[in-house]
Design a binder for this molecule. Structure first.
Ligand code: ADP
Ligand code: G6P
Length: 467
């Protein structure tokens, strides 16, 4: 078995098995923030990425992608249902996002979570060089750090949570909370998106295990576990270069013409997820049209909502509701050839996304809760001429880093409407000052700086007993 000195373990591989229009099987980049964040890093590092390839058959053997070795972990139909759709996405995902939907608890799901985490830990143990670094990602795999430490005490183990970490009173609802925390504490470094999450985690550990815990380090089982906030970012230069490419600029102009050359284009790009606040945004927009503050002829909204976790009940309900609402708004306010909302559920390649970002005057990113939200950062990176305004929820991780955005509380419908209007009517000079400041921030704190700061902190950790 080939071994690497750096191994990333994530539920998803960076590529997804999909079927091309001609029926052939092709591999394309998986959607979602985690893959967007890590993909650029690994292009330049000899590493192995362990993950699931997306189906429920035997694990396919995949060729290296951009020099990254892909090691697939299979999921059976039961694993898919109980681990991925169940414990990961119907227990943990809603719980970690402020319980904006009700988390479900089933013992069978927890068993599957343990089983699948063990499989990932065994795969990591097999492909990591002696003394190597393993970087475990996200809420699907919180038991892996401790399982892996048992199997391979020689390794340096990092864990990073891409989603929010909830306040202690919410986390305490989890029937197997202590086991889950123990799993994470197997890491040498536990990274979060925001300082508040690191604080929540330390408080919980102190409460559940009665051990010394600060927002920076925890003493447990004679070891020191470092804790910290490492806000994830994007490949800012890559997105900026893409957005400046002549074909992308031309495509953005064409898209705008196709929309009827309106004065304003509002864009939203989300995975179809109840955390993204899509319904709240549609309601705000339709009320602005109904009250005459926004005219359909002058202003067009483009909502991209790529379907996600499609068999999970809460996601099916959301999609039905969103589509009904889009239909209602278009039926009520659109005209022939002039819909109020252009609604797209297709995945796009990076160049098409860049063209959409370039085309939009206002980007509305208004999640109810979001670990980071890379779409907001991608929009900023694409605004190479400093035009455009970003409307950003206070509850997106990105809000802490982008104070120059027009920030709103998406639960406050009136506030959301005011925010949309303010973004639409922004003074161009003020908007450009804000955009420039945000772009500068993202060029400084890009994905490379995130990886550097996480891995160098991991490197400083000492796995030896503290005695
Ligand atoms: P999440 O991780 O919850 O999906 P993020 O905003 O952090 O949310 O990341 C979403 C990522 O998925 C971004 O990199 C974005 O460009 C990508 N993405 C979103 N919608 C699409 C789409 N329709 N086609 C291709 N990529 C998409
Ligand atoms: C979020 C999660 C990722 C996940 C992505 C897409 O970004 O933090 O771990 O990969 O959403 O979701 P999916 O269920 O399709 O992997």
């Amino acid at each position: 078995m080939r071994q690497s000195s750096l191994v990333v373990v994530a539920n998803r591989l960076p590529v997804d098995n999909s079927v091309a229009p001609d029926g052939a099987c092709e591999w394309r980049r998986s959607p979602g923030g985690l893959v967007s964040a890590l993909h650029p890093l690994l292009k330049h590092t000899p590493a192995t990425w362990i993950g699931w390839a997306g189906g429920t058959g035997p694990a396919p053997a995949l060729p290296d992608v951009d020099g990254v070795r892909l090691h697939t972990v299979p999921l059976t139909p039961e694993d898919f249902r109980d681990h991925y759709e169940g414990f990961a996405n119907a227990t943990l995902w809603p719980l970690y996002h402020d319980a904006v939907e009700q988390p479900e608890h089933h013992r069978r799901w927890w068993e599957a979570y343990q089983r699948v985490n063990r499989r990932f830990a065994e795969a990591a143990a097999a492909v990591t060089e002696p003394g190597g670094v393993v970087w475990v990602q996200d809420y699907h795999l919180q038991l892996v750090p401790a399982l892996l430490r048992d199997l391979r005490p020689d390794l340096r183990i990092g864990f990073f949570l891409h989603v929010p970490f909830p306040p202690p009173e919410l986390f305490m609802q989890l029937p197997r909370r202590a086991e889950l925390l123990r799993g994470i504490l197997g890491a040498d470094l536990v990274g979060f998106q925001r300082a508040q999450a690191a604080h929540n985690f330390a408080q919980l550990v102190a409460k559940v295990f009665g051990v010394p815990a600060t927002d920076r380090q925890i003493e447990v089982d004679g070891r020191t576990v470092r804790v910290g906030a490492f806000p994830v970012s994007i490949d800012t230069a890559e997105m900026a270069a893409l957005a400046a490419r002549p074909d992308v600029v031309a495509r953005a102009e064409r898209l705008r013409n196709d929309l009827g050359s309106p004065e304003n284009v509002i864009l939203s790009v989300d995975r179809m997820d109840y955390t993204k606040g899509i319904e709240h945004r549609l309601k705000a927009y339709s009320e602005l049209i109904a009250s005459g503050h926004v005219k359909v002829r002058d202003t067009v909204m483009v909502q991209v909502a790529v379907p996600s976790r499609e068999r999970v009940g809460q996601y099916q309900i959301l999609r039905d509701r969103v589509e009904r609402e889009v239909g209602r708004i278009n039926g009520e306010f659109g005209r022939v050839g002039e819909p109020a909302i252009h609604y797209l559920t297709q995945p796009f390649d990076r160049a098409e996304l860049a063209a959409l970002y370039r085309m939009a005057d206002v980007m509305a990113v208004t999640p109810l809760r979001d670990g980071m939200n890379l779409v907001a950062k991608e929009y900023v990176a694409a605004r190479v001429d400093d035009s455009g305004t970003l409307l950003l929820s206070e509850f997106a991780g990105a809000a802490a880093e982008l104070p120059e955005a027009y920030q709103v509380n998406p639960h406050d419908l009136e506030g959301l409407k005011q925010g949309l209007l303010a973004a639409l009517e922004a003074d161009p000079e003020d908007a450009a000052t804000r955009m420039r400041a945000m772009r500068e921030h993202l060029h400084r704190y890009d994905i490379r700086s995130w990886v550097r700061s996480y891995l160098s902190t991991l490197d400083e950790t000492v796995s030896a007993p503290t005695g």
